[in-house]
Design a protein. Structure first.
Length: 313
């Protein structure tokens, strides 16, 4: 399949997060653009923990833990290691499988515990009715870490829409983080009063189409993320990353706005502005990549995470 879909797909991800991959499903582009495995349905078991690989005690084993947060369950996948933890948080509409080419290699390279998870309504995690709210996503991540016994020394690796979760999580729980890698991520500096209306207008045709069949899962997700987008991102624009938490910001060469030179430049400028705030922030351009850096060039992601991890271990 041609690579004509990713530009539109990536713009929508930057806009509404969960809407991106789901719109690509409608366009028939998910397999070509994201490389994702088919999403399993919501888990039906009420057990707290289910084995996702070999029996407990084997090196490099990954286990599925079903975490309860306020009555809905979320699927967390854990490969146990030493006392430090690397959390891989997927881009909008992506599942934990986004990290299939990265997680095991990170575990082998660092010895750290590796955690991936499916956000609500995706993969094995339960659907949460109503509009998608970043505060709920932060609460889900924090509940998962709490119930898994993770309280400190976390390296957070966040792609695209997960950058919003990372910024709020860092603001609320800075002492839990030893560092972060933000991969072509949504950053507060991008969502200005001028940019937000442009983004809302760009996605409105897809939202209107989705409302004609609101029970379809991908449409439900799109509608949920579009509701209240402007107000939510006006608030996001004011979020401040804590100065004490080091961060590497990786920007794709093409950006989510490959078809718009002006939009692409605003995306790059926002990343540069974010990095300039503190001396412990590093800007990296991932040469030759689209917005899908984790699948385009997992080696670059591995290097960025390993370098940041080594700097504080």
């Amino acid at each position: 399949m041609s690579r004509t879909t990713p530009g539109r797909r990536s713009v929508t991800r930057a806009l509404s997060g969960l809407a991106l991959a789901l719109l690509s499903v409608v366009a028939g582009g998910l397999a070509a653009c994201g490389g994702q495995d088919p999403a399993p349905g919501p888990a039906s078991s009420r057990s707290a923990t289910a084995s996702a690989s070999p029996p407990a005690g084997q090196a490099g084993e990954t286990k599925l833990h079903m975490i309860d947060n306020g009555g809905h369950r979320l699927a967390f996948y854990v490969t146990r290691g030493n006392g430090s933890t690397i959390v891989l948080d997927s881009g909008g509409g992506e599942y934990s499988t986004q990290w299939k080419d990265i997680a095991s290699e990170l575990h082998a390279a660092t010895g750290a515990t590796i955690i991936t998870y499916d956000r609500s309504g995706l993969g094995k995690s339960d659907v949460v009715p109503g509009p998608w709210k970043v505060e709920g996503a932060v609460s889900d991540l924090k509940a998962g870490l709490d119930q898994l016994g993770v309280a400190k020394d976390v390296t957070l690796v966040s792609h695209s829409q997960a950058g919003e979760i990372a910024n709020y999580f860092a603001k609320d729980h800075p002492k839990m983080l030893s560092g972060a890698v933000l991969i072509d991520a949504n950053l507060p500096q991008f969502f200005t009063d001028q940019e937000i209306p442009r983004l809302v207008a760009a996605t409105q045709p897809e939202v209107d189409a989705a409302k004609k069949d609101p029970e379809k899962p991908e449409n439900r997700q799109l509608i949920a993320t579009a509701e209240g987008f402007a107000a939510a991102h006006k608030a996001f624009h004011g979020v401040k990353w804590p100065d004490a938490v080091p961060v590497t910001v990786m920007v794709s060469e093409k950006t989510p706005f490959a078809a718009s030179p002006e939009g692409a430049q605003r995306w790059r400028d926002a990343a540069a502005a974010f990095v300039k705030v503190a001396p412990n922030r590093t800007l990296v351009t991932a040469a030759g990549t689209s917005h899908e850096i984790p699948t385009d060039r997992p080696d670059l992601v591995l290097k960025a995470v390993e370098d940041l991890y080594a700097s504080h271990h």
